[in-house]
Write a protein that binds this ligand. Structure first.
Ligand SMILES: *Cc1c(COP(=O)(O)O)cnc(C)c1O
Length: 503
């Protein structure tokens, strides 16, 4: 049976349900499976005739051996269905050229790839709670810089046995992102603005998690806190599914030969999405190179090329904000795999990172990094030029994050001459970042004095492509959440919000 162990070495033989319920290991490490289940060429072939949902059941089943087939099926069908996704294929592929395909991961309810995991995580979590005899209500606390908050609200909305509170920075999210959150419906959801920036909101949430007295108060009310961010194995696992599934699609549509390897390009921030592709490769999906694309916060480019991780640099705000990250948490899982589960080495590097802001891996790990991965970055100017070029040449509209991946792939082709068929992971609908996308295509005068919502309609008219239902008409929706708080008051705000709802 697949069990889970912590990358810091103090926890092992943990069942999947316990690992998902705990989220992060109590020793500060992340949970990983003790063995990675394999998929033979024959297994992949058999999947060609299955739907996305059936493939998901199969792959999740390999990792969640303590879940019954019915439990998995119920989680999968609650998550990936035609009410939540606007394309019945769930993850459609778009052919750009004979050797280049775009994997659209944003057909879920919030138009970003985070839906792929956050639509199913609440069901995996409540199922895990039931299986481990947990009878408390699970309270999810989220600090968001934009995309995660809305995806978590949509995922947890009206899921029995859960409540969710999302804190967003009062100055720090886009108009569309803010409107998406403050108009959110659902009986068990709460949204509040925090005065300050994302760090202030994030620190406030961390303080609440560490506040013993607060945990006690919740406990007396029958509530237990948990987290929905990407360190939870229950968020990473559903992402492995789409890499396997898209490979199988490429094969069944005869875009590639049997057994042929592909490259995968991933616009990367916290290293979750690209790590899922790494696990797919370890399972047996033929992958030649995993191409890691960063924006000017290019700490991962340097790391993959040199084995040296250094977060001591200026944090840059870019037009691909979901990748504005200097500490990529999920990298810890990769290091654990590349060292053959050497928890002592991983713990040492993570300690160096938190004490001095940098660490250097050994030669054996550095060599594997350059073997498996290729990395580069693009700045805002290059990103905007790519959006324009791809629209003009291919009549395909990229969002700012996917455009970073496009730039890096172009550099890769130029430097390596490798013509292996390639999949670019597209992580958001272009309409989610309409301001920057429109700026790339249209002149400044056309956009002057327009609100984000006016720009959205303008962009839709210009491209002739419809605005996704999830964003359309957003500016007219009633505002349901008006709470504003400060970092120091966030705990009290949680209690007040929960209390009001019960009363
Ligand atoms: C979160 C996000 C990313 C980064 O994904 P990671 O798993 O953190 O590497 C890229 N693009 C978009 C649109 C996102 O929301």
């Amino acid at each position: 049976m697949v069990r889970y162990q912590s990358t810091r070495g103090k926890y092992s033989h943990i069942t999947a349900a316990e690992a998902i319920k705990m989220g992060i290991a109590p020793d500060g490490g992340l949970f990983v499976p003790d063995v990675i289940p394999g998929l033979s060429p024959d297994d992949l072939k058999k999947m060609e005739n299955l739907t996305y949902q059936e493939r998901a059941c199969l792959i999740l089943g390999l990792y969640l051996e303590d879940f019954s087939a019915e439990e998995i099926k119920s989680c999968v069908s609650s998550a990936y269905n035609e009410t939540s996704f606007d394309d019945e294929r769930i993850v459609p592929l778009v052919k750009i050229a004979d050797d280049l395909f775009i994997q659209e991961l944003w057909h879920g309810p919030t138009c970003a790839f985070k839906d792929m995991a956050l639509q199913i995580l609440p069901h995996l979590l409540t199922c895990s709670a039931q299986k481990t005899g947990e009878n408390k209500t699970i309270l999810i606390l989220v600090a968001t810089s934009g995309d995660t908050g809305k995806a978590a609200l949509e995922g947890f909305k009206d899921v029995p046995g859960t409540q969710i509170v999302v804190f967003y920075p009062a100055d720090g999210v886009s108009e569309v992102q803010k409107q998406q959150m403050i108009t959110q419906e659902g009986k068990n959801i709460f949204v509040a603005a925090v005065e300050g920036n994302f760090d202030d909101a994030q620190t406030g949430v961390k303080n609440i998690f560490a506040n013993e007295q607060f945990i006690q108060i919740l406990n007396q009310q029958g509530i237990k806190m948990s987290s929905a961010n990407s360190i939870n194995w229950g968020r990473l696992l559903p992402q492995i599914v789409y890499y396997v599934s898209s490979y199988v699609d490429l094969r069944s549509e005869e875009r590639i030969r049997e057994g042929q390897a592909i490259n995968i390009v991933v616009p990367t921030g916290n290293f979750g999405n690209i790590l899922a592709a790494y696990y797919a490769s370890r399972m047996g999906v033929p992958i030649n190179k995993l191409i890691c694309a960063s924006n000017t916060n290019n700490v991962l480019t340097e790391f993959i090329r040199t084995g040296s991780y250094d977060r001591k640099r200026k944090f840059e705000r870019t037009i691909s904000p979901s990748m504005d990250i200097l500490i990529s948490s999920n990298l810890e899982r990769l290091l654990y795999e590349l060292t053959d589960h050497d928890a002592a080495a991983v713990s040492r590097w993570m300690e160096e990172l938190s004490l001095s802001g940098s660490y250097q891996v050994n030669d054996a790990v550095a060599e594997q990094l350059t073997d498996l991965f290729w990395a580069d970055f693009a700045n805002d100017q290059q990103t905007m030029a790519a959006i324009k070029e791809v629209w003009q040449q291919h009549n395909y509209l990229l969002d700012t994050h996917t455009a970073v991946a496009w730039c890096v792939y172009k550099n890769y082709r130029q430097e390596t001459d490798d013509s292996t068929p390639t999949l670019i992971a597209s992580t958001a609908s272009p309409y989610k970042f309409a301001g920057s996308v429109a700026e790339s295509l249209l002149d400044a005068q056309t956009l002057a004095d327009k609100t984000e919502f006016e720009i959205l309609s303008h962009l839709a008219r210009y491209t002739g492509q419809p605005i996704p239902a999830a964003i359309q008409g957003l500016e007219k929706k009633p505002i349901l959440h008006k709470t504003i708080t400060t970092q120091a008051e966030m705990g009290n705000t949680v209690l007040t919000l929960l209390g009001n709802r019960r009363g």
